[in-house]
Design a protein around this ligand. Structure first.
Ligand SMILES: [Zn+2]
Length: 323
């Protein structure tokens, strides 16, 4: 990549926007439009990370590191320069494409009664929730045609994982939830693997910006768990998309003092509960309060509500949750 292409890349990804997309928050304004905040590169207790949005540069007075958006990506993702550039190029290209795809799937959702019926069966009824989660439906067999018509090339669609190697839509008969930099697809058909993601990271905690401000948050494994809780009025809910939190999700959960209620599946083999206990210990080590929510055996929050549980009963489970 030549000098000009690198400059273009940097110009298209303003440092401040990139930082904020990775949950960095400006804490204190300085002169000339500059900001201080906590350093995302080291354990920072007092804001020592300076950002100059006009020059697209950062510097940390704590760990002494600084530079442009590429340098930040190198340090933050712990990769070398060429990978950081590649990472940023993909980030620049993937976001608008995924937005377009999510919008297309939202339109499809309202055209397919099967999709609406499936959500109903999983306890999702509220139009406000469907809007909030931007739920869509991938019927299969129509995304590729639509995107190529819009001028997206087949190799790009393959690379994004939206189209298979042989040229078919990757998501077929799936309820689709847009994530940060990815799309989760839940199959309606029992014959297909139930959960699918596009290649790449699953992103941070789901809807973290909304949950973050609460002193108590509920963490669940799956988006259908998230959905029923949100619908029941628990807006302090977030989801890790599986019992294993990636480094970013763990960092988010620890970004302030709070109580975390872990409402993982009470599966009969105990794997959800084991994962919840491990996580609870790690959270306590970081000074947070963690509580294990005990659901009736064989249940997850989704099935709890689908089988008649209500907000008051779930609230009692929260109150009874033990460290
Ligand atoms: Zn630092």
């Amino acid at each position: 990549m030549n000098r000009q292409a690198l400059d273009d890349l940097k110009q298209q990804i303003p440092l401040m926007g990139y930082l904020q997309a990775h949950d960095w928050q400006p804490a204190r304004p300085l002169s000339r439009g500059r900001w201080m905040g906590l350093c995302p590169l080291h354990e920072d207790r007092q804001p020592s990370f300076l950002v100059d949005p006009n020059q697209d540069l950062f510097y940390c007075y704590g760990c002494g590191r600084g530079g442009d958006v590429i340098r930040f990506a190198e340090l933050y993702h712990q990769v070398k320069f060429p990978q950081a550039v590649e990472w940023l190029r993909q980030w620049r290209g993937a976001e608008p494409l995924l937005h377009e795809v999510a919008r297309f799937y939202r339109v499809q959702f309202h055209r397919h009664s099967k999709a609406v019926a499936y959500l109903y069966q999983r306890g999702i009824r509220s139009p406000a929730l469907i809007e909030h989660m931007q739920i869509g439906y991938a019927p299969g067999g129509c995304l590729r045609g639509w995107l190529t018509q819009l001028g997206h090339s087949l190799p790009i669609l393959r690379q994004a994982g939206l189209v298979t190697d042989v040229g078919y839509d990757a998501y077929v008969r799936r309820i689709v939830f847009p994530l940060e930099g990815n799309l989760y697809g839940r199959s309606l058909s029992a014959a297909a693997p139930p959960h699918r993601f596009l290649p790449g990271a699953k992103g941070g905690l789901y809807s973290w910006k909304q949950a973050q401000s609460y002193p108590e948050v509920i963490l669940v494994e799956g988006l259908f768990d998230y959905a029923v809780l949100w619908q029941a009025g628990f807006y302090n809910v977030t989801c890790s998309l599986g019992t294993h939190l990636n480094a970013r999700q763990f960092r988010q959960l620890c970004d302030g003092p709070r109580t975390v209620y872990l409402a993982f599946d009470a599966d009969r083999n105990g794997s959800g509960q084991q994962a919840a206990q491990d996580l609870s210990r790690r959270l306590r080590e970081r000074g947070l309060t963690a509580r294990l929510v005990s659901l009736p055996e064989g249940h997850d929050p989704n099935s709890f509500f689908v089988q008649g549980g209500d907000a008051r009963q779930f609230q009692s489970l929260l109150e009874a949750a033990l460290p």
